[in-house]
Each structure stands twice: as structure tokens, then as C-alpha cells.
Design a protein around this ligand. Structure first.
Ligand SMILES: [Zn+2]
Length: 199
């Protein structure tokens, strides 16, 4: 998945088409962001705004990017999302739909597992059901997970030798993976407690 295009292509967009950096906190962000904005035609017309603390990010629904941190890795990662999501409407809709369902799934996983444990008496049937719920959880989480991996690997290439930003991004990514796969752990744990093979 490595890009063989040159990292900076000055002719990619004309000045008039260039996105506007309304809000950039740190100089380190400006240099990488400028390079990306010039390189990707998908970023034309995108405005970067100041985000409220903890609500930074690229919003596909509003097609807006806001950052509230001076970490160059965050802006680079969000710009990579903007590139991917602005490239395809179908892909954007898939991510929005599976993302919304995945969010609901994370909220109800513990309650759902409890219900299955209490209502389905037959061990084999209960394990089958919990396996199916794990499978559906994986399907719902997969598109967003792939998008996060994709945005992070793209950002890591753009960050070059900024190791501090790269380390922060890697740890944010592993936290995201744990969160995304949480429901699967819940369903699998509910299964094994009652799995006769494990007794
Ligand atoms: Zn992300």
C-alpha cells in the first residue's frame, strides 16, 4: 500500500484551489499539512478549523476538519481520512453506516451477552448465537478499523522522521483497535464461561 508518487508535487493544485489553513497550531503541523494539501486533489476546498477540545477530527457528514491539538500526527491522520472519504461517496456512506451500527453494538454488548446467557439454556445454541454475534461485530467494526489503519499508515509516511508524533499515533491506534474489538471479547467471554469443553 505504499505510494510511489513523489511526496511533494507543486503542480498538483493551483493556488486558487488550495485548501485554506484557517487554523494551525504549530509550525510542525503547517509544513506537513501544506505538503499534503498540495499533493492530494481530494483536499481541494477543505477548510481546517479550530476544534473544540477532544472533538477534533474529520467529520464526513459535515465535510469539515477541525483540530484542537498541536500534535502534527493528529492533523496528518485526519487529513488522510479526508482524502480517503472525499474520494468516494459510497465508501463514505459504508463507513458512516457500519460506524453507527458498531457504536450501538459497543453500547449494548454487555447487556446483549447477559440476555443470551440468561435466556438461552442450551449450551450449544447459546455458544452458536454468541459466535454469530461476534462475527457480526467483526463485520461492523472492519470498515472503520481498516480506514483507521489506512489513515495511520498514510500519516506515518507523511510524518517521516517525526518519531514522537508517530509513537503517539501508534498508541492511539492500538487503543482504537481495543475499543473496536471490545464487543467480540464480551461475546466470546460470555460463551466460554458456559462452554462445557472448557470445564
Ligand atoms: Zn482516525
Amino acid at each position: 500500500m505504499h505510494s510511489d508518487r513523489a511526496m511533494v508535487s507543486p503542480k498538483a493544485t493551483s493556488v486558487a484551489n488550495r485548501p485554506r489553513l484557517k487554523y494551525i497550531v504549530a509550525a510542525a503541523q503547517t509544513s506537513t499539512a501544506e505538503k499534503m494539501l498540495q499533493f492530494y486533489p481530494e483536499l481541494r476546498g477543505l477548510e481546517i478549523e479550530r476544534g473544540a477540545p477532544l472533538i477534533g477530527g474529520y467529520s464526513p457528514a459535515a465535510d469539515s476538519l477541525a483540530v484542537a491539538t498541536d500534535d502534527p500526527g493528529v492533523l496528518t491522520h485526519e487529513l488522510a481520512h479526508a482524502v480517503n472519504l472525499r474520494r468516494s461517496t459510497l465508501y463514505r456512506k459504508l463507513l458512516q453506516l457500519t460506524g453507527a451500527l458498531s457504536k450501538i453494538n459497543r453500547r449494548v454488548a454487555t447487556t446483549s451477552a447477559d440476555l443470551v446467557q440468561n435466556l438461552v439454556q442450551d449450551d450449544a445454541k447459546r455458544n452458536d448465537l454468541l459466535n454469530t454475534m461476534s462475527g457480526v461485530s467483526a463485520m461492523l467494526a472492519a470498515p472503520r478499523l481498516m480506514e483507521e489503519l489506512n489513515a495511520s499508515s498514510s500519516a506515518l509516511r507523511w510524518l517521516g522522521d517525526d518519531n514522537a508524533a508517530a509513537d503517539k499515533m501508534r498508541s492511539a491506534l492500538s487503543a482504537y483497535v481495543r475499543q473496536a474489538l471490545g464487543p467480540i471479547a464480551v461475546y466470546q467471554t460470555a460463551k466460554s464461561e458456559f462452554d462445557p469443553a472448557r470445564r
